[in-house]
Design a protein around this ligand. Structure first.
Ligand SMILES: [Zn+2]
Length: 172
């Protein structure tokens, strides 16, 4: 048995009205949505429930809930290509060697060679890799990109992808 405080720290995954996993919220917020009728338990087979006790009632909170109201889709635009956003996408890691120190912005195909300042041509590189690369392409400099740079995903899409990946891991 897990204690009540542990239970309250757990998270509930919220699905949209259209059955898409959209985010993770804490149990207290989930209870608020359930008791106000803004959400209902999502009844997949074998879904776990958390029991939350108060002096007078025991609440069974499902780990997955579905909104009964349509959630207004937040307007989201692809962020601008700048140091802060690229650092975020590349998780503060040099995309050539994995270093987390002295990070700079690197144009994969140098701008002098016609490379664009766009999400698929800008990566985070440490000072060392950047100067080793110089005015060359990674191939010419003998450097290899760890991942292919691309524009950040819509946060909801990224969440859904991660959620289903975790479910798959749980089944294995
Ligand atoms: Zn590096």
């Amino acid at each position: 048995m897990t204690s009540e405080t542990q239970v309250l720290r757990r998270c509930v995954v919220v699905f949209s009205k259209n059955y898409l996993p959209v985010n993770r919220i804490n149990i207290k917020r989930a209870i608020a949505l359930l008791v106000t009728g803004k959400a209902e338990p999502l009844d997949f087979n074998g879904i776990k429930t958390y029991s939350v006790r108060s002096p007078t009632v025991v609440l069974l909170v499902p780990e997955l809930i579905r909104l009964t109201i349509s959630n207004s889709e937040r307007v989201w635009k692809i962020p601008p290509v700048n140091r802060r956003e690229v650092l975020k996408r590349d998780r503060h890691i040099c995309q050539y060697c994995g270093s987390t120190k002295e990070l700079t912005l690197d144009h994969v195909i140098p701008r002098s060679k016609g490379g664009k300042h766009s999400w698929d041509n800008v990566v985070i590189a440490c000072q060392q890799c950047n100067s080793r690369k110089g005015n060359r392409t990674p191939q010419q400099a003998g450097l290899k990109l760890r991942t292919k740079p691309r524009a950040p995903m819509h946060p909801t899409v990224a969440f859904a992808q991660q959620f289903w990946r975790e479910q798959q891991l749980n089944l294995e």
